[in-house]
Design a protein around this ligand. Sequence first.
Ligand code: GLU
Length: 508
Amino acid sequence: MIENRKVRVRFAPSPTGPLHIGGVRTALYNYLFAKRNNGTFILRIEDTDQNRFVPGAQEYIIEALKWAGINYDEGPDIGGPFSPYLQSERKELYKQFADKLIAEGKAYYAFDTPEELDSLRDRLKAAGATSQQYDSSTRGLMKNSLTLSDEEVKNRLNAGEQFVIRIKIPENEEIVVNDLIRGRVEVQSSLLDDKVLFKSDGMPTYHLANIVDDHLMEISHVIRGEEWLPSAPLHVLLYRFFDWEAPQFAHLPLLLKPDGNGKLSKRDGDRLGFPVFPLQWKDPKTGEISSGYRESGYFPDSFINMIALLGWNPGTEQEILSLDELVSLFSMERVGKSGSKFDPEKAKWFNHKYLVEKPDAELAVLFKKVLEKKGIFAEEDFVLKVVNLVKERANFVEDFWAQSSFFFEAPAEYDQQVVKKRWKEGVPEMMGEIKNLLQGIPVFSAEVIKADIVKFTEEKNISLGVVMNALRLVLVGGGFGPDLALIAEMLGKEEVIRRIDAGIKNIA
Ligand code: GLU
């Protein structure tokens, strides 16, 4: 039925806080599906629930999608043929649809106060009813336009009494949701409650606004998180009530905790030390800061690659996939049914893979910023060389510092374990000789340095390792780092001599 429809999909977050990585994945799959099918990807902000509105959340969502490179074709900040894309700006539109359902007997006004609703629940519970919901079995006990006279309903409405409009769910009907991932899902209508569609504050609820907009915006496929699967039968029913063609549904499996079962939550991130949000977020109420992938040094392309594989696979072993490759390979058939465990170590692995593939010049620009924050202003060429030497050992640009600080600062202290192992009796004297040797080298290049040291050890009949390890200790402060002769060349003769002197003087 949908095959001939132009593919139009939407990501429809509610601005109730920062976007969770599960939300980013939903947006990404929508994007990939749209691009794969030459379709259109839309961002629609569902902000009808004013109680849950969080300032800054909408801006956050937009910024996060931009950072991740999930570009939409229509949206609140860029407009489009179905503007506006902010539900609060479409407010006037929804009432007529609720009214239409009332006129056709498919919805009704309800005037029950919160206390009356509570008391219904209590009475049903006391009577041993298995369900305490507002539905076909209980609506007859309540204050609504099905039980009150027309006259009374009119009076209440005219008097400005608070009301809601509820859908009238039919009794004993089978509702079928054909889900592209889950297959056929059947639900008995008697299990559904008469959900509120519209409130007297003039705002539609999520359910009404969502399907009205999906219809008006000509959405062909609804791709969203599994938590919305229980709402799908209601949505299918609403499409039927309006006599609209329903979109195809695809409910994506949950993202699970790295350890154990259950939905991945912000608390798991806090507990295990990884971000669950794409960008850093500052809670406007509490001021609490939650870390973000961007601020933690992840590259957007690596982040996207990692997210794409949480619940979908390309059918091959290939794990490193660019956005273009993802677009060309994406299909709903390869989205799994079961939840996928989030693996923060794998996220780092992806970043490492992307980092080593980045041009040194690009990394050098980023590393220069890290250095400048530390008050170090080094030559571009020098930084470039350093980056090339250490990038294999880093997951993030920030890691370069731990691997290479000795290129920019003489060691302030020495790793005591290495001292114990490498700075034995006679070593300071030997380093004195090495100093003289190096001082005499006219062209201070790695090759010459290395050759001269080898010659020295052969003449003295001492092991090359003993010399190199001690020299490494004075130059870098420990037992790590890239090729030592290269380090010496890059530091330059004067600095090398200075560090040997300092080592002889300071290493106890
Ligand atoms: N506004 C809903 C949300 O916050 C959208 C669900 C849907 O895609 O239908 O996730």
